[in-house]
Design a protein around this ligand. Structure first.
Ligand SMILES: [Zn+2]
Length: 365
């Protein structure tokens, strides 16, 4: 994943740290060092961020482990200060399963919040109601940890993409409507909610405006993606596969590839060595190679060595995710181990364009 640093691997899942978390940890670390130097001993902030990181990780592991129960593999987890992203191979067909996966993360934070509340009660340090939910700078650590988990729980349940609440809402709607329609309704509800929060912020607290804007912007990107995914889930890889294709060899020259580019419809090619696909070559990579090495250089110098294979009967939404996670714009399509064609990002986009041009029945969304 871009802009992220791999930090560990837990239960077979790679865990990445997003740069915003790294900046936050850096900032708090410097503040902690400063307070150490000043002798105020305020390392509580450092522990707080460290534990926040653990809570977000546990939240994501909650999603991943419940997903695993339903046979959904989690490729990796990326941690952000406000939550994380567990990148799953596919979303289960059954809405009930999606509902349980979406609820698992917030449920972890709810359990942790109850745990820290119990510590406060047992230690006799239960603060006032207001202090409990918005602890000041001098609050004890258990209080801060309670409110952090409660916030993570409540924030993630806001019923808008990209929050878990958006998925909960979609899963509930999908029990009544088909997945595409359920996604669309959930997206609209999320956007309305965000606009509502922005309006409310003028009369109450302006923090609601930040949250509203965050949801609106986040929902935009995520909902495009969700709509694209639910559109593609109706297709198999084979439907978007180019069955007429050429394979270049690593020993071919840039000139050979240019000829093929000008001669046909293909803009991207598979590259083989000894009958085996070893990489891909896009038009941009070819042109970059041309200006760097000239047209007599061999493709060995310019091809992209990352290869992702696709099974012809794989759902297209899964392939879309796999391609998005890869460094390449295309990959070979296999049927029972035999190469039958090429799947490219461009062809997937083509399907989305065609689908969006088909008139839909009018409805309130
Ligand atoms: Zn979550």
């Amino acid at each position: 994943m871009k802009w992220s640093l791999k930090i560990t691997r837990i239960l077979g899942i790679d865990v990445f740290l997003h740069w915003t978390f790294i900046v936050l940890i850096g900032g708090v670390f410097i503040a902690g060092l400063r307070s150490l130097i000043n002798g105020s001993g305020g390392l509580q902030g450092f522990w707080f961020i460290f534990l926040l990181f653990v809570f977000v990780l546990l939240h994501e592991l909650g999603h991943a482990l419940v997903g695993r129960r339903f046979g959904v593999k989690t490729n990796h987890i990326t941690l952000l200060p406000i939550g994380g992203v567990a990148s799953m191979e596919h979303i289960p067909e059954k809405p009930m399963q999606e509902l349980q996966i979406a609820l698992a993360g917030p449920f972890v934070n709810l359990c942790l919040a109850i745990f820290f509340l119990l510590i406060l009660v047992i230690s006799g340090k239960l603060p006032t109601w207001d202090e409990l939910f918005s602890p000041g700078a001098n609050a004890n650590l258990a209080n801060s940890l309670f409110s952090a988990n409660f916030l993570l729980f409540a924030f993630n349940l806001i019923p808008a993409f990209p929050m878990d609440g958006g998925r909960v809402l979609r899963a509930l709607l999908a029990m009544k409507f088909d997945r595409y329609k359920a996604t669309n309704i959930a997206v609209r509800i999320g956007q309305l909610l965000a606009i509502g929060l922005i309006c409310i912020s003028f009369f109450t607290n302006f923090w609601w405006m930040f949250i509203g804007l965050f949801i609106y912007l986040g929902a935009g990107a995520e909902s495009n993606y969700e709509v694209a995914r639910s559109t593609l889930s109706k297709y198999k890889v084979n439907d978007a596969t180019m069955h007429h294709f050429h394979v270049l060899k690593t020993t071919d020259t840039i000139n050979d590839a240019l000829k093929m580019l000008l001669d046909g419809q293909e803009k991207e090619f598979l590259v083989a060595e000894n009958e085996e696909i070893v990489g891909t070559l896009s038009r941009d990579e070819l042109l970059a190679g041309l200006s760097r090495f000239g047209n007599e250089a061999s493709l060995e110098e310019v091809y992209n060595p990352s290869v992702v294979n696709f099974e012809a009967h794989m759902p297209l939404d899964e392939a879309f995710d796999k391609l998005n996670d890869s460094e390449s714009d295309l990959g070979p399509v296999l049927d029972k181990g035999k190469l039958i064609g090429v799947l490219s990002r461009e062809n997937i986009t083509e399907i989305l364009v065609i689908e969006n041009s088909v008139p839909k029945k009018k409805s309130w969304i």
